[in-house]
Structure formats: C-alpha cells, structure tokens
Design a protein around this ligand. Structure first.
Ligand SMILES: Cc1cc2nc3c(=O)[nH]c(=O)nc-3n(C[C@H](O)[C@H](O)[C@H](O)COP(=O)(O)OP(=O)(O)OC[C@H]3O[C@@H](n4cnc5c(N)ncnc54)[C@H](O)[C@@H]3O)c2cc1C
Length: 381
C-alpha cells in the first residue's frame, strides 16, 4: 500500500475507506432518482448523522466525533462518490457553512439549540448571505433587522440559498445599522416560521440540491438568536469563507480524481479504428495532461489545507487553491465528456451530470474574479 500523502495519515486513510464505502452503498445508488426529482430526502441527513458524518470536526460534548478539519477534509473529497453534485452540495452546506459559525461564534445555549440537533440530522441549516442585489459585494446587503423589545424584526430577501426550502434555521446576514457595510452587519439565526417564505429555483446543474429565494416579512427574531457580536458580522463572513473555499477545493480534487479514473477506464475499453482510444496518441496525451491537472490541483489544495490546520491564516494559499481547482475541474469534466463522444452527452452517463455540476465552482463561494481581487491585495498589487 502506498503511504498516505501528507497532511493525511494512516488513520485518515482508514476513515476514507469507510466513508467512501458508506457513500457508495447508501447514497450513490439513489443519485439518479434524486437528480431526476430535483430533491434528495431529509433522510440522507439522518443517514449521514447515524455514521457520525455531520459532526466529524465537532467536540463529543455536542454529539460530534471529536475529530478535526483533516477528518472533515476526507469527507469533502469522498463526497464526489455520491455522483450527484446537488446532494453533495446540500449535505455540504449544512456541514461546511451553516453549522460552523454556530460552533465558532455561538453561545453555549445556541450550540445546544442548533448545533446538537444539527449534528444529529434533526435540524437542517442554511447560510443566507447572498441577496438579489448583493453577491460578490457582500457588504452591500440590504436585509435589515430593526431593534424591538426582546429582539429584532427582519425584512428583506436572500437568494441562491442552498437548503433554502428545507432548512429549519437560516444563519442570516442582516444590516443592523442604517449604513450597513463592514461595520454594520450582524448575524441572526432565523427559525423557519411566520413571515419566512421560500421559493425553489431551477438550475443548470446541482439538480438534487434545493436552491431557493427566501423572503423575510416582519419576522420576529429573539434577542438570544444574535450570533457573535453586534455589528461584527463581516468578521464572521470572512472567517467562514476560508473553510468553505478549502472545502470546495477538496471537493473538486475528489471529483477530478474520480472522473479521471472513470474516463481512463472508458478510454482503455472503447475501440475506434481498430484499437482502444487510449492507444491513440491524442487521447493518451490528453489523459496525461488531465492526470497532471489532478495532481497539481491536489498539491496546491493539500498545501493550503496543511497550513490551515497548522493554525496559519493562509488567505493567499486558500484563495489560490479555490481559484485553481474550480476552473480546472470544469475544464477537466468537459475534456472527459469529449473523450466519451456522443455517450458523454447522454443523461445515462455520469459525465453529462459531472460536467454540468462543475460549472458552479468558478461562481459559488466567491467567484474566480473575486479570488483574483483577493490575490491582488495579498500580492500588494
Ligand atoms: C447553486 C448556487 C448555490 C449557492 N448557495 C449559496 C448559499 O448557500 N448561501 C449564500 O449566501 N449564497 C449562495 N450562493 C451565491 C453565490 O455565492 C453567489 O452567486 C456568488 O458569490 C456571486 O454573486 P452574484 O451571483 O451576485 O454575482 P455578482 O456579484 O453580481 O457578479 C456577477 C459577475 O461579475 C463578476 N464581478 C463582480 N464584481 C467584480 C469585480 N469587482 N471585478 C471583476 N468582476 C466582478 C463576478 O465574478 C461574476 O462573474 C449560491 C449560488 C449558486 C449559483
């Protein structure tokens, strides 16, 4: 057996084997149905929870596994095995972007109310930042929370929110000063209830995921649901982005590796002009290039991950990993589709879905252009 690639150890590779096996047995067989139905059942969260997979990095006192970000990183890579970007995205949004702010910034009481049932798969979370008028420019959000006796009243609209229809609670960015912006945004945990309405959106890919516009109309949110410090929400957004982007990079690395293996297997079998595709030099060279892409993306991502778990603040490396992997994954899936010829364009082949699903990467979690802007600043340009 080849030794694990740092920062992973034998223990992580064991986890990889069991997580990958679970996903292939319990989730992957349903991927096609869930994609067709544009929905995966809440039961998938419960199944994940029963395996401890909604709380790998959380302390045991909250029902987690007492692991760390490296254990979670294994899961991020293995999620590609579901074969449905939408299912991976819905589960991933709960694990990687909705519950972490509660763990990091929540009060003990908030952790008991949201994190504990979240880890058990009983309450599903969403993160609501993006609005119709504010995506990349997160400081421009206009959803506002007015102070009232005992809490706040929230009005406004969020859009493109993953788990936006099913979520029991939405970790929501709101304006808590008249000016808003960097020093006037806070986070409220908003329970689904009176005044909260969702409408599902149709998408190019990620069909099984539930993406929605959520409107808040005079929603009362109690005082106790303020997450973190008042008017300090921008810090929370920035803290969350680092793991979200790393998780996306890891997800792309897992998806690319799997796609390469499947495409190489196809190329070894499919015969044209009397020999397998892989024996035609153009295809062989293409596969060699794609293997190099997988390897370089993996190295960049693992380096950022190693720095992140070591407690550095690797803004530059995480940003580079997100930028490099998302576009590369989209291009690699397109190349894999091409190698499949007409079959690649057919619904029944995995690669048709993988190519559509990969298109989101350069947009979500901060677009390629925004990654370049961040790099411009970190490189003092
Ligand atoms: C399927 C899906 C799921 C999502 N899930 C969530 C979620 O769970 N929670 C959440 O809060 N959000 C979510 N999002 C929103 C996502 O994060 C935003 O779509 C993304 O940040 C881009 O914002 P925007 O769509 O408003 O594009 P805009 O900000 O309007 O940008 C439009 C284009 O202009 C470019 N651009 C913008 N500003 C600049 C600039 N200064 N210089 C150069 N180019 C620029 C952008 O890169 C982009 O290409 C999701 C989106 C999708 C599609």
């Amino acid at each position: 057996m080849t030794p694990p690639d740092p920062p992973f150890t034998e223990e992580h590779e064991e986890l990889r084997g069991s997580v990958g096996g679970f996903i292939e047995r319990e989730l992957a067989p349903h991927a096609e149905t869930w994609e067709r139905e544009h929905w995966f059942p809440d039961e998938a969260f419960a199944k994940m929870a029963a395996q401890g997979l909604l709380g790998l990095k959380y302390p045991e006192q909250y029902g987690g596994q007492g692991g760390d970000y490296l254990h979670e990183a294994v899961l991020c890579e293995e999620m590609a095995r579901v074969g449905s970007g939408g299912t991976a995205a819905g589960l991933g949004a709960h694990i990687n972007i909705a519950t972490p702010p509660i763990w990091k910034f929540g009060t003990e009481e908030q952790k008991q109310r949201y994190l504990v049932p979240g880890i058990r798969g009983e309450r599903i979370g969403a993160l609501g930042i993006t609005e119709p008028g504010a995506g990349s420019d997160v400081a421009a959000i206009t959803t506002r929370a007015e102070r009232v006796d005992g809490g706040w009243v929230v009005n406004g609209e969020k859009t493109y929110i993953t788990n936006g229809v099913r979520a029991h609670f939405i970790v929501t960015a709101v304006k808590t000063t008249k000016e808003g912006g960097h020093h006037g945004i806070s986070f409220l945990i908003v329970d689904r209830g009176e005044g909260v309405t969702s409408s599902a959106l149709q998408k190019l890919g990620w069909h099984a995921s539930d993406t929605a516009t959520i409107s808040f109309q005079d929603v009362f949110v109690p005082e106790d649901n303020l997450l973190g410090e008042l008017n300090d929400g921008f810090k929370l957004i920035m803290a969350n982005f680092q793991w979200e982007r790393l998780a996306m990079a890891l997800g792309a690395v897992g998806a690319m590796k799997l796609a390469w293996e499947r495409t190489a297997a196809f190329a070894r079998e499919r015969v044209t002009f009397g020999k397998p595709l892989s024996e035609h030099q153009a295809i062989r060279h293409k596969l060699a290039d794609l293997a190099t892409t997988v390897y370089t993306c993996r190295c960049v991502t693992y380096d950022a991950l190693r720095r992140f778990v070591a407690g550095e603040e690797p803004l530059k490396e995480v940003t580079m990993a997100k930028l490099a992997t998302q576009r590369a994954s989209f291009e690699l899936m397109d190349a894999c589709l091409q190698i499949h010829g007409g079959a690649g364009y057919m619904r029944e082949y995995w690669v048709e879905r993988a190519a559509r699903d990969a298109r989101l990467g350069p947009i979500g979690g901060g677009s390629d252009e925004i990654m370049r802007e961040i790099l411009g600043r970190t490189l003092a340009l």
